[in-house]
Design a binder for this molecule. Sequence first.
Ligand SMILES: [Zn+2]
Length: 409
Amino acid sequence: MAIRRSATKRHGLPTTVQLRLTPTQAQADALAAVVLLCNQAATLISRLAWQHRVFTVLELHRLAYYEVRGQVTGLGAQAAVRAIARVAGAYANRRAGKKRAHIFRPHGAVPYDARLMSFNRDARTVSLWTPTGRVTLPYTGRPEDLKAVDTLPRGEADLICRRGVWLLQIAVTLPKPVMREPVGGFVGVDQGVANLAVTSDGAVLPGPALPGPIGGNGHARTLRQRRHRQRRRLQKKGTSAARRVLRRLAGREHRMMTDLNHQISKYVVREAERTGRGVALEDLQGIRGRVRAHRLQRRTLHGWAFAQQITLTRYKAARAGIAFVLVDPAYTSQTCPECGCMSRANRPARDWFVCTRCGLAGHADHIAARNIATRGVTGWAAINQPHATGLPSARRNRESKPPPSTGGS
Ligand SMILES: [Zn+2]
């Protein structure tokens, strides 16, 4: 699920919980009417906004409020206000790229704010505004989601019907967890193409450590290779039907990679939490402009997936109160973690590392992950000893990039 933007972001971590509503048939009809009505209103406001080139909430309110309330029968005052804000939000980021008015899908999710819904914690019911009056609906959910809704500050919610099931997705703000010192060092994670991630502990991911249908790493790789061949074949064909299939495959592959990244980051953060360590990954943004392209940059196919894994790991680490650092990626796969010898000759084969000085041998990705773990320790120390490095406030810079490490590179 996407991480929602939240007004209370500064005070903690935003996240989304999902409740399942159990309406009667009459209530379900009322909810269906809300969805149609609100999306119709939003599309109408959006057309007005586009026509008059008016995109801020305030101006849009002046322009569209009475118009939309006149044209969309049953739309209450508060629902009209919400719809205006929603349209302004839709144009806020993407206006420049749009060629015509934004259309809201008739059955798309409808946002509810605090004035359109109220919760009864003890009865486990939520009261939602509909054009035919408020409906009070019982809800169920995972125990952790129910607890979150009961105890955490709530933001906006989305009402959505998915395959006939009514859901309420609510933004909540998690309290800022207490940051724990990484007493046991860092878990280093090497990102790659053959293996999406290898940890300094030697875990190859995805692999048997992860749950789910794609158990072994071999399976995931085979899937990716099959997709790759399929894509090549379809690209050669070039018909419009082939292009359609290509788009569908891209969506499927995107979802598979996202799912794997979620599982990998979850596993890594849990391992770090369990062993009192922090998490270190390579900083892929700082590698532009180097003489030789970094090994991850040369493979552009899944560039977004590497960035996504960093984002997800950072978020999950913050949520768990675990130290997270990005380290300098230079020569992590050519440096010996035992003696510090750095040489291209340390890599006799693509997947294999043998130190020319001390003879240490191992899988190249595992060696790289060990170097990343070591750099995590030095990077963290640099961030948290402001006097030694001249960096400002330690706490504020906990997640920022450490200075380029000098040891071994
Ligand atoms: Zn060595």
